[in-house]
Ligand binder design. Structure first.
Ligand code: UMA
Length: 477
């Protein structure tokens, strides 16, 4: 845990008491602050009280002496409109920040030239978590103490205090960037941009501007690496390269770059500050399948290449990466049928990445709909044997698929899984794939995408256990 000492003897409010809120309370209390806390849920208020916070409705907090409001990243800051507590804090003169800002001010106090330990920050619409975890894995393989957290699930302040070999690797969402104006990464990565969280940022331009902010905040002697395969990210890279020179590097999958890191047919090349050299074949990284994962691997390589200076060691660590839960996670097979958990695919763009990896797909999709639906997935419809639709998005998805793909309105994940497996096992596909890649948020039927993916994995495991050994392995070579 990282002690936040910058608010010693001061009063701070924490609103939203799930993972990041509770962690902020622990760190602030350890650093000597007096903490008021509130959440609309009673169960989390009890946990906050257990951590030593005073749990009173925020309207009754002593706003006149409140130094700061630490807001949970999911609580609206600007759009569709600021939450009432945000307006109240601003009127009272209390700054509104997040747990990542508390982390940033502790690891690199304002005005200090160097961080207590280097910070690598990863943002972008898709691929953030895999890239973050992969960077952590490469650093660990190189003997460094990689502390991996942020939006990936472990709150930044829960990470270990800095030691001589510590490197912090943070996944940072747009919500967290908005609340962390003092975060100064030593290396910052932008994976890619596609429409997401537009409700929270007003427009695509607003969303892209928040992501760009993180790159602009990067230390002047640090590096930025940007995936340039979409127009919005390419524009951001061009602007950064104009004033950062070789401290900005472009990353592409499919384009040969005169200066940058790129992937052609799965092969990773480095032409950052040297003639293009082949570094290795990413197809050997079996837990990083698909072009989108090649982008993640190329970004991780770019993030570390000037630090670790041993491209072969980086490549070797990439090929040994064990993969992440909920991202094209192989959760088992019954006979010929594979089961893949891609619950993290909460928008169409992310689902496209999984759909591109397989043919003969029995696709489970739906949940809380996101703007734009699944119309953009049409190029992948030919890969779908059937779609099993769940949750609030089911009807709209059904309309998009009508006449193009056979649809089962399954309502629940359990029904969808059983129907998909029943169809897959009698199909003529050589290797049918039952794929949960919902292209929707999970909140209509689950706590979060992890809960949705865990349920899927558990149900698949139960199905596998209930098979006779002969059925379990039939059809596997
Ligand atoms: N709450 C209220 N009143 C409100 C709104 C919320 O009381 O009006 C309370 C809720 O009751 C709840 C809490 O605030 O208790 C918010 O819970 P949360 O799950 O949103 O927050 P955390 O558990 O702290 O999770 C946050 C990130 N959540 C969001 O940004 C929405 C997690 O990212 C992150 O892993 C975690 O901090 C640790 O850093 C999740 C996420 O969905 C994975 N991120 C989005 C994404 O990836 O697209 C941005």
């Amino acid at each position: 845990m990282i002690e936040v000492t910058g608010f010693r003897g001061k009063t701070v409010g924490v609103f939203g008491l799930a993972r990041s809120g509770l962690s902020a309370i622990r760190s602030l209390k350890a650093g000597g602050a007096s903490v008021f806390a509130w959440d609309d849920k009673e169960s989390t208020r009890l946990m906050a009280a257990g951590e030593g916070a005073m749990t009173e409705p925020w309207e009754r907090w002593p706003w006149a002496k409140m130094s700061a409001l630490v807001l949970s990243p999911g609580v609206p800051l600007t759009h569709p409109q600021p939450h009432a507590i945000v307006r109240h804090a601003r009127e009272a003169g209390a700054e509104v920040i997040g747990d990542v800002e508390l982390f940033a001010r502790t690891i690199r106090p304002p005005g200090q030239a160097k961080s207590a330990a280097p910070i690598i920050a990863v943002t972008g619409t898709n691929g953030k978590s895999t890239t973050t975890a992969l960077i952590g894995h490469i650093l660990q393989a190189s003997g460094l103490d990689a502390q991996v957290g942020g939006n990936i699930g472990r709150p930044a302040l829960d990470l270990a205090a800095p030691g001589p070999n510590t490197v912090y690797v943070l996944e940072v969402s747009s919500y967290q960037i908005d609340l962390a104006p003092g975060l100064v990464p030593d290396v910052a990565l932008l994976t890619n941009l596609s429409p997401d969280h537009i409700d929270r940022h007003g427009s695509m331009a607003g969303y892209a501007a928040v992501k760009e902010k993180l790159l602009l905040q990067t230390a002047t002697d640090g590096y930025v690496a940007v995936g340039v395969d979409d127009a919005d990210s390419a524009v951001i890279y061009t602007k950064l390269a104009a004033h950062r020179g070789s401290r900005a590097v472009a990353v592409s999958v499919g384009k040969v770059l005169g200066r940058g890191v790129f992937v052609i047919d799965g092969k990773l090349y480095d032409s950052w500050d040297q003639p293009a050299a082949e570094i290795g074949d990413l197809k050997a990284a079996t837990h990083l399948p698909g072009a989108h994962n090649w982008q993640n691997a190329a970004l991780a390589y770019a993030a570390l290449r000037r630090w670790l200076r041993d491209p072969r060691a980086i490549m070797q660590a990439i090929t040994r990466f064990p993969g992440l839960a909920h991202r094209i996670e192989d959760v088992g097979r019954i006979g010929r049928t594979r089961f893949i958990n891609d619950s993290k695919a909460t928008n169409a763009d992310a689902a496209a990445r999984a759909l591109a990896c397989f043919s003969d797909i029995f696709w489970i999709a739906g949940g809380k709909p996101k703007e734009g639906g699944i119309a953009d997935l049409e190029p992948y419809f030919a890969r779908l044997r059937k779609a099993y639709l769940i949750g609030e998005a089911a009807e709209a998805f059904g309309r998009t698929l009508a006449g193009k793909v056979d649809v089962v309105q399954a309502d629940t994940l359990e029904r969808a899984l059983h129907a998909a497996y029943a169809d897959a096992q009698v199909s003529d596909a050589v290797e049918p794939v039952v794929l949960l890649s919902p292209a929707s948020a999970s909140f209509d039927q689950f706590r979060d995408f992890e809960h949705r993916g865990d349920m899927f994995r558990e149900m698949v495991k139960a199905m596998i256990e209930s098979q006779t050994p002969a059925v379990r392995t039939a059809g596997t070579a």
